[in-house]
Design a protein. Sequence first.
Length: 286
Amino acid sequence: MSVISVLMGIYNENNRKHVAYAIESILNQTFRDFEFIICDDGSEMGFYQWLKKYCRKDSRILLLRNEQNRGLAATLNYCLRHAGGSYIARMDADDISEKERFARQIAFLESHPEYAMVGCSVRMIGRKGVWGIRQMEEMPKKESFLNTSPFVHPAVMIRRDVMKALGSYSEKKWALRAEDYELFMRFYASGYKGYNIQEILLNYREEKDSYKKRKYRYRIHECIVRYRGFRLLGLLKGNYRCVIKPLMVGLIPSVMMERIRRQRYGMKSGGKGGYYDKSVSRCSRL
C-alpha cells in the first residue's frame, strides 16, 4: 500500500509537452512511495492513446478513463475510489511540482497532527517562463475565504480519512469549476485546519488564454458556492458584496484582468525571481 495517492484529471490537453512535464515532475519526486492515479475525462481518442502509451513508462501510474466528459469533480472522485494511500495529493496536467514537494508536505503533516491539509506557495509560469510568485497565506482562517480560496488546488496534500469524512468533491452543477473552493470551505466549516508551507513547491501555469476560458455562467456558480460556503462558515452577514464579487470580476476584459494579475503577483524589479528551463523539474530561484 502506497503512502500517497496522487490524483490527476486530464482532458484534451493541447500541449502534450506540458502534460509530459507534469507527469515527469511527479515521477521524479524524492519521496518515492506513491501511486499516481490519472483519469482521462473522455478526451479524443488520439490524445487518450498517446496518454495511454506514455503512462506505461512507470508501474506506479494507474490510468483510468471516463467514456464521456464528466468534469473535474466527478473525475477526481473516480480517482479517489481507487486510492489506497494515507495521504491524497493533487496535481494538474499542466503544472510542474518541485522534486521535494511530497517530501516537504508529508514531513509537515506527520509532524503537525493538528493540520489536516497542507499547501504551499507557487511560482507562476506561462509561455515566456516565470512571470510571478504567489506567496500564500501561511495559516489561513475562515475569513481568508472571503476574497478567494487561500489554497492552490493542485498544490495541496490532504489526509485521506479527512477526505472520506467530508464526502469528497461536490458534483452538483452549481459547484462546477469551483469544486476546490467549495471543498475547502466545507473543510474549515467541519473544524479542520490547513497550512501553507511558505516555500515554493509548485510551478502553476497561468497563460493569457486562461482568463478567456472562464465562461460567465461559471461566475454564477462561484457566487452560489460563496453564498453556501460563507453561510456554513458563519461569514455571510455583512459580506454579500463578497458573494457577488465573481460577477463584477467577470465584466473585466481579459486583457485588463491579465494586467491586474501580473501587477498583483508579478516579480518586482530587483526582487527575487526565477527562471523556467523547459526541461523537466528545472525550476529554480535566482
